[in-house]
Design a protein around this ligand. Structure first.
Ligand SMILES: *Cc1c(COP(=O)(O)O)cnc(C)c1O
Length: 345
């Protein structure tokens, strides 16, 4: 049976080029700074993002946590979107492990935070208050329809934050999807933030790993924070080798995933009872609505799974489908037919 796994772009397996690079990777002890492949990946990432330095970490969650631990002291406060990945899906690690107070403000449907809301959330200097230290943004915004945050928006709110003495961290797990969707160099999207994390292990297909980028002093601090959370890896060049291939070969092609997500949305929207959200990148949310529907969401997820189509069910009341390297044009047509069949059977 054909399997089309649309649950996430994290299900992507490494490409043949990655497996070959992993096999050949020159390695050393990275905690001693002696893994040449990790060093090369970190230099490449810094260069691609236009930052001074980068740090290879085990996951996006670790990259965000390490960034927050580096920017903030215990008792400091970070302003953060109420639908952001850091706030919703990282176990509150910033508070649990870093003693950092999250200050959530509303994410708009396009994933942005209103400048007025940011402004209002910043505390004045007063013995009663935590010190507001950091603003966190997310691009693309996972829960907000995978929306990319424009260059101008990022510039504007980063400027606002800096003027008030805050630093800015960008959760850019899918920053290359944003760059491709907006047709801008990724450097433009991150040039105004102090740190950015991006994932190699999502649409870029690497098996493991993320990078945290920033200036040299920040990355030196982050290297210490990575060690204390157990993220000092040894011959990690085996993993970094796949990451180099990801950066060199897999970023530009993301447009294909976006085109397939648009085609999927178009096909699903034609099915009675199916509503689709806006599609700007590789993430599509859809839900059931109207008199034509006589299936529960659970029955739909199960019915699709029986046909080899895997989607995430009911995240905030919606289904999620994410396109990626291992999903072809034929797979998309197969999925549209399968949804039709499940709903109309
Ligand atoms: C996936 C994701 C992360 C976390 O990455 P992991 O590697 O799964 O820990 C962080 N932020 C966003 C927006 C994500 O989509």
């Amino acid at each position: 049976m054909r399997i089309v796994d649309l649950r996430s772009d994290t299900v992507t397996r490494p490409t043949t080029a990655m497996r070959e690079a992993m096999y050949r990777a020159e390695v050393g002890d990275d905690v001693f700074g002696e893994d040449p492949t990790v060093n090369r990946l970190e230099e490449l990432a810094a260069e691609r993002l236009g930052k001074e330095a980068a740090l290879f970490v085990a996951s996006g969650t670790m990259g965000n946590l390490v960034a927050l631990l580096t920017h903030c002291e215990r008792g400091d406060e970070a302003i953060i979107g109420d639908r952001s990945h850091i706030y919703l899906f990282e176990q509150g690690g910033m508070a649990a492990l870093g003693g950092i107070v999250p200050h959530p403000i509303p994410n708009q449907p396009d994933g942005t935070l209103q400048p007025e809301d940011i402004e209002q959330a910043i505390r004045e200097d007063n013995v009663h208050f935590p010190r507001t230290r950091l603003l966190c943004l997310e691009n693309t915004h996972n829960i907000c329809d995978g929306m990319p945050l424009p260059v101008e928006y990022t510039r504007q709110v980063a400027h606002l934050a800096h003027k008030r003495g805050l630093r800015v961290h960008l959760d850019g797990a899918r920053i290359f999807n944003a760059a491709v969707a907006l047709r801008v160099d990724v450097r433009e999207l991150v040039k105004d933030v102090d740190s950015v994390m991006f994932c190699l292990s999502k649409g870029l297909c690497a098996p493991v790993g993320s990078l945290l980028c920033g200036d040299r002093a920040f990355i030196a601090g982050a290297r210490r924070a990575r060690k204390v959370v157990g993220g000092g890896m040894r011959q990690a060049g085996v993993l970094a080798a796949a990451g180099i291939v990801a950066l060199e070969q897999m970023t530009e092609r993301l447009e294909e995933d976006h085109a397939r997500a648009r085609r999927l949305a178009e096909g699903l929207a034609d099915i009675p009872g199916v509503r689709v959200g806006p599609v700007a990148t590789n993430i599509l949310y859809f839900w059931l609505d109207g008199p034509a529907v006589n299936k529960t969401p659970e029955e739909v997820v199960t019915g699709l799974a029986q046909r080899g189509v895997l989607v995430l069910g009911r995240e905030l009341g919606r289904f999620r489908a994410v396109t990626h390297y291992w999903v072809s044009d034929e797979d998309i047509e197969y999925v549209i037919a399968a949804v039709r069949e499940v709903l109309l059977s």
